[in-house]
Design a protein around this ligand. Structure first.
Ligand SMILES: [Mn+2]
Length: 346
């Protein structure tokens, strides 16, 4: 017998206020096809690269690109490794009391076509693909790739923002950024674009306001004190790792973030190096003294109710991983993001 998706779940149903029939895409059922069988897609979801017109809510995209790395390469292999780790993903999130696939049509949209020898062409391709997802009325969750992929994703979010009656773009986006680093560096070897610069470049391009950026888990050491000046001058909010472990400062930061975000579209960018290398060793630029996996999941769950419009999970580097530790983190974070999106949808 050949592997099949659980087509019984893909029946046409009547849901929602407009009672439109919706095709449901669901993960393959592990009780009929074991988790180690069949094609390896994100969360064992159907592979649907032509997702337009299918009433899809979320498209998972791989970005197998590490041409922006300044130290350890290898994140080009992350989409494949995270897909493999994600076969253990499940459906129901008990802590948030949400069944993801009862609320959302989710598919694996495949990989963005990258050019490993051409940074700018790859950036353009990422922007085009995320734009395609958004024009199809869906949200994107991209699995990098190194963190340079964030900039074209933010460009796509900016390009597809809805306009107000007066023709202005409304609801300024908020960036919620989990990372060990602020990613506000300037040049490296004379190059403006690499995985340490996407937040700075987005602010300089005017597609993101510094005061709408909330960074969590940041820690040193830094190359020089100057590295802090861009963050300070642009008004970025930082919850450094010491304050992350101070309950009062933690609560104050998240309440400030939620107040600022309101119903605005939020971009959630999760760099796995926010975790201590003990929990996520397979990453491009490890920094000791980070948070645990549980700390990260708890912080993500604290974002329930926000309008997560797009997200990414970046900097998993499988060649430096052991026993799939880091890939499993990547897969777990994807599920948390899906649960956040599901809990905020009606
Ligand atoms: Mn980063």
């Amino acid at each position: 017998m050949f592997f099949t998706y659980d087509l019984g779940n893909m029946k046409t149903r009547t849901t929602g206020p407009n009672r439109s029939p919706r095709v449901r895409f669901k993960p393959a059922n592990p009780l009929t096809s074991p988790r180690f069988s069949g094609p390896t897609t994100f969360n064992r979801l159907p592979y649907v690269p032509d997702f337009e017109g299918k009433d899809v809510d979320v498209v998972l995209l791989g970005i197998p690109f590490d041409g922006g790395t300044s130290f350890r390469p290898g994140s080009r292999f992350a989409p494949r490794a995270v897909r493999e780790a994600s076969v253990l993903s499940r459906n129901y999130h008990p802590e948030m009391a949400v069944h993801v696939y009862e609320r959302l049509n989710v598919v694996d949209g495949g990989d963005v076509s990258v050019n490993p020898l051409n940074f700018q062409k790859t950036m353009a391709s990422i922007e085009a693909e995320v734009t395609r997802v958004r024009r199809a009325g869906a949200r994107s969750i991209c699995v990098g790739g190194d963190h340079s992929v964030l900039l074209p994703e933010l460009r796509a979010l900016h390009r597809t923002r809805k306009k107000t009656a007066r023709g202005e773009k409304n609801s300024e986006p908020v960036l919620i950024h989990f990372d060990a680093h602020t990613d506000t560096a300037d040049q490296a070897w004379g190059e403006k674009y690499h995985h340490g610069t996407p937040v700075r470049r987005a602010i300089e391009e005017g597609i993101l306001r510094g005061s709408r950026v909330f960074q969590i888990g940041i820690r040193g050491p830094l190359t020089s004190k100057d590295q802090e000046s861009f963050v300070r001058e642009s008004g970025i909010h930082v919850l450094g790792i010491d304050d992350f472990h101070d309950a009062r400062k933690y609560r104050a930061f998240f309440s400030k973030l939620k107040k600022a975000a309101g119903r605005s579209p939020c971009f959630l960018s999760f760099d796995v190096d926010v975790l201590d290398p003990a929990y996520a060793p397979g990453t491009g630029t490890p920094v000791v003294g980070g948070m645990t996996s549980f700390d990260a999941l708890r912080a993500l769950r604290g974002l329930a109710g926000l309008n997560i419009a797009a997200a990414d999970v970046v900097e998993v580097s499988p060649p430096y991983d052991h026993a799939q530790l880091t890939s499993l983190v990547g897969a777990a974070v994807i599920f948390e993001i899906l649960a956040l999106m599901a809990s905020a949808s009606d």
